[in-house]
Design a protein. Structure first.
Length: 330
């Protein structure tokens, strides 16, 4: 009888492995300030130093790496987590520590990252498994404001590669300018980031109208704000679809209100009813795992379990939820 069940289990496992060879998962996660403990004199990282006001140290840093790993594994489930987009990463050393000093080392991730001109030194990055995604090239797209040369923000990371060895995938990782200082004062900067991104998307689609494109990130705007509407309207060469636009709850919370700042946008060729690509997106979701929340005693309901409450260390995860989508072969 035991032998019989072992045969059945082996067959089921074989089917599962075969299914995973034809599908994979992409996740984007704003990790909320993963800084190392070393001072960079060129950036404003003083608060994340041992003598800074957050009393950042090696133990807290390793805890942050471990909890980021835990979140990514919760997203992974039974899928292959082939592509990981990240923002609010300080530098390449932090990325190396994430993939080599946590159990992520067993998955063989490679890193694509460029230092951006952001004043605090926080960047975007892409982790990928070479056996799933073969990189052909990448570019750090500068977002320099002609109307404000004193403000510096994150680059948009563009990566081109072959997914599953079957079709070219264009990936854009974004972290648009924040609302610090007020929505109306800062919205022009996010609109400008939308112009930069739409121009790059259009240049790709002018060469291939059925290009498979994924745009992910923390946009610091919601789907119906002017910057995102501008992005959707200005990409004339292809139709874009915002997969999480109709979500009732968002990915980050300020006081009593949830905001849908983290989004996944794809070209129509990747939509499930399209036959113009060898790939398609089968689903997109927000990772609402219970351990990422705590009780909101002030405003009611739940809030995100962050690393800090003000300057006080509470040992949580992030002020954003992860978002993910699944790719499948046709």
């Amino acid at each position: 009888m035991i032998h019989y069940f072992l045969i059945i289990f082996s067959l089921l496992l074989s089917v599962l492995v075969q299914a995973q060879q034809d599908s994979c998962r992409f996740v984007f996660y704003n990790v909320e300030n993963i800084f190392d403990t070393i001072d960079n004199p060129d950036t404003r990282d003083e608060e994340f130093l041992p003598d800074g006001n957050r009393r950042w140290n090696g133990w807290k840093y390793q805890q942050k790496l471990n909890k980021t790993y835990k979140t990514l594994m919760a997203v992974k489930e039974w899928q292959k987590l082939s592509l990981i987009g990240l923002c609010e990463i300080e530098n390449s050393q932090v990325l190396a520590n994430l993939i080599y000093k946590t159990p992520l080392y067993q998955y063989g991730y490679q890193v694509i990252h460029k230092n951006s001109p952001d004043e605090r030194g926080i960047d975007v990055a892409l982790l990928y498994r070479p056996e799933d995604f073969s990189v052909e090239g990448y570019e750090a797209i500068k977002v320099t404001f002609p109307f404000d040369n004193t403000d510096k923000t994150r680059d948009i990371l563009y990566v081109k590669g072959i997914l599953f060895g079957t079709d070219t995938l264009h990936v854009f990782i974004n972290h648009w300018p924040s609302r610090y200082g007020g929505y109306m004062k800062t919205k022009k900067k996010r609109e400008y980031a939308a112009e930069i991104l739409s121009g790059k998307v259009d240049s790709i689609c002018a060469k291939d109208k059925n290009a498979a494109i994924v745009i992910a990130g923390d946009f610091n705007d919601e789907p119906r704000d002017s910057s995102l509407e501008r992005l959707m309207e200005k990409t004339k060469q292809t139709k874009l679809i915002n997969l999480l636009a109709n979500e009732e709850r968002g990915t980050t919370k300020y006081r009593s209100q949830w905001f849908m700042f983290d989004q996944l946008i794809i070209s129509k060729s990747l939509f499930a009813d399209s036959s113009n690509s060898k790939l398609h997106v089968s689903k997109a979701e927000i990772g609402r795992f219970p351990f990422l929340f705590s009780d909101d005693e002030r405003y009611g309901g739940k809030k995100l379990f962050r690393t800090f409450a003000g300057p006080r260390y509470i040992g949580g995860y992030s002020d954003h939820l992860p978002i993910f989508l699944d790719f499948k072969k046709w």
